[in-house]
Design a protein around this ligand. Structure first.
Ligand code: ARG
Length: 469
């Protein structure tokens, strides 16, 4: 059933139709249509409340609910869709309702509500639902990282700061350093939901409604915990969207950081990883190329999502209370982020799941580049040398090895003794990557037993997060 009748939600005080230019600027159905089914759920709750206060008879309520259900089915199947002339999702659905319930009954639904409280409600219901899907997809990625954690066991790699060899770390430790930020993003989403779980419905245009309706009934039906305290705030504020947008951007940034490592690891110079053929691409001219496009797209998409957040914040910053039409611009940024993460996360998860890490190469490089220099200094400290001197002495070892193109363990006992009398031959006990990581045994450190515990904690956190979904 696709009507041709033009429906508007306003017009009584106007003598002419809107200009084409206004229509073209104003229309939002191309993006807000995704809220249609939530809008209908809100309308059903609203109809029940109109009935409760005596503004719809039993029979009218039944007719209204039937019309709304048939409209919902047609929206779901695609049989009913917005047409040119429908200003927004609410207008299109009003047309659909009038077509099904008739002008007399259909015309009763709008009493006691405004598009202002409606749209503020719909975005919350929609985002709360999407946040759950997003959480599931982020957990998939964390689980892919955990799969690699199992795969690499206690293998050691160079840990870096400033991109330079710093200290050896467990590969598993490094992988989980990408998992924890994602887990915090999920905690952020969970915490955000407490604020998003308040319903603006009943705020009307800005000041509340006069028909004796109880907004809590509608809130409960739509899955909210409570009703917003202030009707002006309820219709005007979009910090709920902005906060969601920040979390989405942060997820994008965290995926981008992981991806950047994969891009680097995937070079011939590093040789840490081979990506599965099904998660890499070729070059149209260079036959040898196998490119980490997923990781690169992840970096690029993070930029795009930060743009969404910035755009949204900029829309909000100068608005007086209460509703202003600028607020229509709150939707595309968050929808874009949702759609972006929707395609990005499965691809990144697949790439991480299927990549082959070359732990032999990592192990070979782990102690090189003088990454054990701190261990020499701390070994001296344990013998009573002040750290300031120990740092200096170890630095001299590095200078000698570097000048003669050797590694620290290549220096002779005599050379060590020549640098400082405390540098006895048993300094060699700390000149291995395994010794270095084992020594870092405090909580949060890279010693194998700490890393095993950490993996257990992470696994339990993932399970708890899944459970809560
Ligand atoms: N399409 C509008 C939006 O997304 C709905 C609210 C319109 N309200 C109004 N007073 N014109 O914000």
């Amino acid at each position: 059933m696709s009507g041709t009748k033009n429906v508007s939600l306003w017009g009584g005080r106007f003598s002419g139709a809107p200009s084409e230019a206004l229509d073209a600027l104003s229309v939002s159905t191309h993006f807000d249509w995704r809220l249609a089914r939530v809008d209908i759920a809100g309308s059903k709750a609203h109809a029940r409340e109109l009935h409760r206060v005596g503004l719809l008879s039993d029979e009218e309520l039944q007719g209204m609910l039937e019309a709304l259900s048939s409209l919902d089915a047609d929206v779901a199947s695609g049989a009913f869709a917005p047409q040119p002339g429908d200003e927004d999702v609410h207008t299109a659905l009003e047309r659909g309702l009038l077509e099904r319930a008739g002008d007399e009954l259909g015309g009763k639904l709008r009493a006691g509500r405004s598009r202002n409280d409606q749209i503020a409600t719909l975005i919350r219901v929609y985002l709360r639902d999407e946040a759950k899907h997003l959480t599931g997809r982020v957990l998939d990625l964390v689980e892919a990282l955990l799969l690699q954690v199992d795969e690499v066991g206690d293998a050691i790699m160079p840990g870096r700061t400033h991109m330079q060899h710093a200290q050896p770390v467990l590969v598993a430790h490094q992988l989980m350093a990408h998992a924890w930020p994602l887990m915090r993003d999920l905690e952020r989403l969970r915490d955000w939901d407490r604020r998003a779980a308040k319903s603006p419905y009943g705020a009307g245009a800005l000041a509340g409604n006069t028909l004796g309706m109880n907004p809590q009934n509608i809130a409960t039906e739509l899955g909210f915990d409570e009703v917003c305290e202030n009707s002006i705030d309820a219709t005007a504020a979009r910090d709920v969207a902005a906060e969601f947008s920040f979390i989405a951007s942060m997820i994008g940034v965290n995926i981008s950081r992981l991806s950047e490592e994969i891009v680097i690891w995937n070079t011939v110079e590093f040789g840490y990883v081979t990506l599965d053929d099904s998660y890499s691409t070729g070059s149209s001219i260079m036959p040898q190329k196998k490119n980490p496009d997923i990781a690169e797209l992840a970096r690029g998409k993070a930029g795009r999502m930060i743009g969404d957040l910035t755009g949204l914040m900029t829309v909000l910053k100068g608005l007086p209370l209460a509703y202003n039409r600028d607020l229509q611009e709150d939707k595309e940024p968050v929808f874009d982020q949702i759609d972006t993460l929707d395609v990005l996360l499965p691809a990144v998860t697949g790439m991480v799941q299927t990549m082959k890490l070359h732990t032999d190469r990592m192990e070979y490089l782990a102690p090189r580049g003088f990454s054990l220099a701190t261990d020499i200094a701390e070994w001296l400290v344990k013998k009573g040398v002040p750290f300031r001197s120990a740092h200096e002495i170890s630095g001299r070892c590095v200078a000698l090895a570097s000048a003669t193109d050797r590694e620290l363990w290549d220096l002779t006992d005599e050379e060590y003794a020549g640098i400082h009398e405390e540098l006895t031959p048993d300094v060699r006990t700390v000149l291995s990557a395994a010794g270095s990581v084992a020594a870092r045994a405090g909580k949060g450190g890279t010693a194998p037993e700490r890393v095993h515990e950490q993996a257990d904690v992470l696994r339990r956190a993932v399970a708890a997060m899944r459970e809560a979904l």
